[in-house]
Write a protein that binds this ligand. Sequence first.
Ligand code: AHR
Length: 508
Amino acid sequence: STPAIHIDPARIIDEVDPRIYSGFTEHMGRCIYGGLYEPDNKHGLIDPKSGFRLDVLDALRELKIPLVRYPGGNFVSSYRWQDGIGPKELRPRRPELAWLSEESNQFGTDEFISWCRTLGTEPFICLNMGTGTLEDALAWVEYCNSSSNTYYANLRRKNGHAEPYAVKYWALGNEVWGPWQVGQMESQDYAKKAFQWAKALKLLDPNINLISCGETGYADWDRVILRKMAPVIDYHSVHIYTVSQGKHEVNVMGPAAAEKALEITRSLIDLAKIEHDLTKELTVCFDEWNVWDPIRAPGEKGAEEHYDLSDALAVAAWLNVFVRKADIVKIACIAQSVNVISPIITSPEGLFKQTTYYPLQLFSNLMRGSSLAVHVTTPSPSTIYTGPTVPTFIHNISQHTPDSAKLTKFVDVSAVLATGINGQEIRVAIVNRSDRDEFEVPILFGPGVLGVKETIKIHEVWSPDLKDGNGFDEEKVKTVHKEEKFSGTYKLKKHSFQSTSSHHGYTS
Ligand code: AHR
């Protein structure tokens, strides 16, 4: 049987939280230095006062990024934030232990906040729970948020920033479970320590939101941390990277692991809430996700992935997961935002947008509103994916999700009910993950849809070859915008992504 997409506008999952389109900038490779900050750029690409790359700001602005996480990542676990403030000529250079480089500290907290304000995004800071102490963490929150007549608040004023920064989001460490982490801990040890940190940090600033350090969302670590920390946190963090292992089907099916992970995390959160008799909202902050093969693009060498069409489709499948799971994922940060496993790549002369930039841009601009329940009937058995269990890949450890995460559908869909210029409309994002078959898919609506407009707008990301990518001199993969007569079916080219808009009215 051919696939069909069923959408019922009365079945709202939840509001899509715009923060699922957030970013992440780490002191790693050329993300900060040579990426968003390049004071010695000789090609007129910077604001001379701040040293911020203007072309990078422009490209990121189009992605409408609500939050940016900083300064790591693994980097933060040996970061002394105090080194990165005050007169630049006095800032010490330090050995950097996560990526085995040197940190000049020319870009620090004040520069980051100023960059966020210029971009029009909110800062999200991750605390150092490796070499850092609770005292350092309290001092950082005080420096950023306090309006008192106290030492670190006054230091911020002395550095030229009279008004508090009001940084709302603070994460309690990064991947503390990982053997690569400075200050790795056992789950019980982390839970006890982070619990005490959370109490103290909220005493200093009750308005902050705290994020506990999670693993994949389905690890024993997640269970232990949630069980202890649920009363004192607002979000639980999850990190997953998917890897293609050189195979397109593995690449595009990979995000199914995240969907399964989120279902498990939701249950762990529910359990913890029941145990502590909590009624507050506690959701997932998926603060690192992307396609990344650390063998192809090692972290120590700056992790500059060069993405192709297959990767763009994987990114679209990732974003479909976040829209479908709108009730449990409220924040998600693509890792990362500039140069390092990123949708944009810079050189001193300019930048180019990677293939993955385009689905991200379409989702962030269009897929907002209420997430709608979608049902896709499966394609004929001859096209069903029968490969291995979907693997996720984190730091060279191949992790296998439960069998139920095996995904057999080529047509991957999410939908929202959004408010467009002509009132409410249904928008649909579709990835055809097949590299062989094109489909003509009927779209069937539940009650409440007012009728079908004559024409629909289609925004398509496609290229004849799955291995097509972009570069400084050519852009093979980008969005093509078209308007077509709507005949009741969507035409899906093989290995393509499309999002459609403005075509259906709806009344409740
Ligand atoms: O984003 C690259 C790295 O991947 C981050 O520093 C770390 O948190 C993760 O393992």
